[in-house]
Write a protein that binds this ligand. Structure first.
Ligand code: GLC
Length: 745
């Protein structure tokens, strides 16, 4: 009887999977028949129109702007519009495309929905500091729901560029320095945006960017040269793009930069051989803002015609804002420099995306006034934004248990340029976010304390000016208070695109303000608002407590106040290294040992890899973050320390909450291969678990690591793992923890 049941079960699973795959085949056939049928009807002008993307004049995210984009839609010369939203406006433009052009091909509407649409969540670098993949996916699910409720069906996100240089302003937009964690976050983001059905009304096309290695510009200068070995490119920079493609990202955006002499927008190896042939990408590729035009200043194209030819022959389907395809493709086809097949392939890629969105079925499916009225900035969305702002913060220092602030304080002072600044709470790339709806730190504190505590405020100085006129007032306020919160950092516009900084100290005279206030003797804590790691070694020395809150979004003030008064216990950990000074950059955790590694226990050793004037260690390492409670790690053990190839690596450690608060701890697992075919990093993150532990309690945290996770690119660029000796670490960050060795036979 049992065998019959098992047989029936196997047959039903088999038939389900057959039905499933045949349903998919039927659907694909239907789609391809439709798309190819449409393609056959299209004129060359109509085809070129589908490869053209223009911004509306609703917001500016680049250097050029055409005012005639509406006329061009009516001429059938536009396939997609970005920076346009609200149901009314999208419907107006869509009606032109659908009702006034010959074939009525609907537009797709793109926008930089990077960390929220109307409800703005913490900047992506902050979100990454939560190490909470579910929360990251949920925030992009909400963002997609809000954006589609306003007519948008394509976001230019996730940005998955690995970045190890905080001088680069766009570190704020990514997940930090680690390839393994960055790949996990890339997947979570694509899933959040695209859901599991692109034709659903509340999902949209993701666009993984910026392909590739845009986060590695020399000197941390935006748009600057990227030059690295093939092995570094494959080992550290490509995996997050690949992970996003493998999970089904519908589009890819090329990066502005060159890699080793070849600009990404004309790199056929990158856009066709690697992306399509090796990785199997079947979506469409869009340029970045006029990045095709920029092949001319890059010096690989003499003019627009050559730029257009290089780009489309490389596999770049859609021209963002450059008008190059619109102006050049017809002649390039006539001259034989571009084939009809190449143009048709690119058009097909775009039409397939529109089909998958369901736009041919209903071009107005994203134009629901009812959804627009109901689904934006809902109480649930705002509540989650508040929770995420708390989860994304990182407690960097808390001497003498300065934090949390006691509820019974009589007078609380908020001092600093970030204390009551609505626009700055959103951070960069806040798209349709409304700063007037943001909760500042001062407002958040008032919301929490009501009139039980007297709250006084002084700006003290501007974010970035040399004027110290406000210091006296600030000091006067501080002397009246039982506790001072110093709200310091960068303005939102000091990070993001075209916002590289060569000096990573606190801007302006903020450090002078901090010195005066802290040295006045009043109990104080610094709350840091910034879009990148800052070189704040002196601040770290003098501040009793330091809470990194990044730019927390619409609910920033409430989320931070929850942390400051202990209603939420800090749990975030850094995903990017904080340098002591700019001179250490690039500095990151997974470095190579070199042939002359410096050992701090032998400080007199001269001929070692070190500085004369600064330690090698960072100010705060990757994975670092404190809690109001404390945790002790013990009993690291492995199931087996001698393993055969293919076996799972099983390790566990005990984590005890030794403090006064229940708390969450992000337990991290790192591995080091002692001898490789090429040099191997001293540590690589290969696992983490965020666990909640009640005060006084202990839990055993176990990891199962697939041996394939130890793979790397060998001298011959084969990707696999080796037998040999390894160290395994389990700890609170990349600098501390317990270790054990194991061998793969
Ligand atoms: C910008 C950015 C890119 C963005 C695009 C559209 O230049 O580099 O990330 O998606 O233009 O706004």
């Amino acid at each position: 009887m049992k065998n019959i049941v098992i047989l029936i079960l196997i047959l039903s699973i088999f038939s389900f999977s057959c039905t499933n795959s045949s349903t998919k085949k039927t659907a694909d056939l239907k789609m391809n028949t439709f798309v190819d049928g449409l393609l056959k009807k299209m004129t060359l002008d109509e085809k070129i129109g589908q490869l053209t993307l223009f911004t509306s004049d609703w917001s500016v995210t680049g250097g050029t702007m055409r005012k005639d984009y509406i006329n061009l839609i009516e001429k059938g010369s536009v396939g997609a519009i970005f920076n346009a939203y609200t149901v009314d406006y999208v419907k107006k433009l869509q009606k032109i495309a659908v009702e006034k052009t010959r074939l009525g091909i609907p537009l797709i509407f793109g926008y930089d929905v990077i960390h929220g649409h109307r409800t703005i969540f913490p900047i992506p670098l902050a979100q990454a500091s939560s190490w909470d993949l579910q929360a990251i996916e949920k925030s992009d699910r909400i963002a997609a729901s809000e954006a589609t409720a306003e007519g948008i069906n394509w976001t230019f996100a996730p940005m998955v560029d690995i970045a190890r240089d905080p001088r680069w302003g766009r570190v704020m937009e990514g997940a930090g320095e680690d390839t393994w964690l960055g790949s996990m976050i890339a997947v979570a983001r694509v899933k959040g945006f695209q859901g599991d059905d692109l034709s659903a009304q509340n999902t949209l096309l993701a666009c993984v960017k910026h392909f590739a290695a845009y986060g590695a510009p020399q000197a941390g200068r935006d748009y600057y040269t990227v030059d690295m070995s093939e092995r570094s490119l494959y080992e550290w920079y490509l995996p997050p793009y690949k992970a996003a493609v493998k999970v089904g990202a519908a589009s890819v955006m090329t990066s502005f930069n060159e890699i080793a002499g070849i600009p990404s927008s004309s790199n056929r190896w990158l856009l066709t051989d690697l992306l399509r042939k090796e990785w199997g990408f079947n979506g469409f590729v869009v340029s970045d803002y006029t990045s095709i035009n920029e092949l001319i200043p890059h010096g690989v194209a003499a003019d627009s015609a050559q730029a257009g030819m290089l780009a489309i022959n490389a596999g770049l389907d859609m021209d963002m804002q450059g008008s190059i395809y619109l102006n050049q493709l017809k002649d390039l086809l006539k001259s034989g420099k571009v084939s009809q097949e190449t143009i048709d392939n690119s058009v097909r890629n775009v039409l397939v995306a529109k089909y998958k969105l369901g736009l041919f079925e209903d071009p107005y499916r994203y134009c629901s006034l009812e959804r627009e009225a109901k689904e934006i900035m809902t109480p649930d969305n705002l509540a989650f934004a508040r929770e995420f702002a708390s989860k994304s913060a990182v407690l960097l220092k808390n001497s003498n248990k300065t934090l949390p602030i006691k509820r019974n304080i009589k007078t609380l002072a908020v001092i600093g340029p970030l204390g009551d600044s609505k626009p700055d709470m959103l951070g960069s790339w806040s798209a349709a976010g409304q700063s007037d709806k943001c909760v500042t730190l001062l407002e958040g504190l008032k919301n929490k304390l009501g009139n039980k505590t007297r709250i006084i405020y002084a700006k003290g100085c501007e974010t970035d000016s040399c004027n110290t006129d406000g210091f006296a007032e600030a000091l006067k306020i501080a002397r009246q208070a039982d506790f001072v919160i110093l709200a310091l950092g960068e303005s939102a516009s000091m990070s993001g695109e075209a916002a590289s900084r060569s000096d990573l100290g606190l801007p302006g005279v903020q450090m002078d303000l901090a010195r005066i206030i802290i040295k006045s003797g009043v109990t104080s804590a610094v709350v840091l608002f910034n879009g990148r790691p800052l070189a704040i070694e002196e601040l770290d020395k003098i501040a009793p407590a330091l809470l990194e809150v990044w730019f927390g979004g619409t609910e920033a003030g409430n989320g931070i106040s929850d942390l400051l008064f202990g209603d939420v216990i800090p749990s975030g950990k850094l995903t990017i290294t904080f340098p002591r000074n700019v001179g250490q950059i690039p500095i990151f955790y997974n470095v190579k040992n070199t042939g002359r590694p410096f050992d701090p226990s032998f400080p007199k050793d001269k001929y070692k890899s070190r500085y004369l004037d600064c330690p090698n260690t960072p100010l705060y390492p990757f994975g670092y973050g404190l809690s109001y409670t404390t945790f002790r790690y013990s009993n690291l053990s492995m199931q087996k320390t001698s393993l055969n190839k293919g076996e799972d690596i099983e390790a566990s450690a005990e984590v005890t909450n030794t403090g006064e608060y229940d708390g969450d701890e992000i337990v991290q697992l790192y591995v080091h291969q002692k001898v490789g075919d090429v040099t191997r990093p001293i540590k690589e993150l290969k696992g983490f678990k965020k666990v909640s532990i009640k005060k006084g309690e202990s839990i055993k945290v176990s990891f199962i690591l697939k041996m394939d996770e130890l793979s790397y690119y060998h001298q011959n660029m084969s990707y696999n793992y080796d037998g040999g000796d390894y160290d395994l670490y389990i700890g609170p960050n990349s600098s501390e923890g317990l270790s054990i060795s194991f061998r793969i036979l």
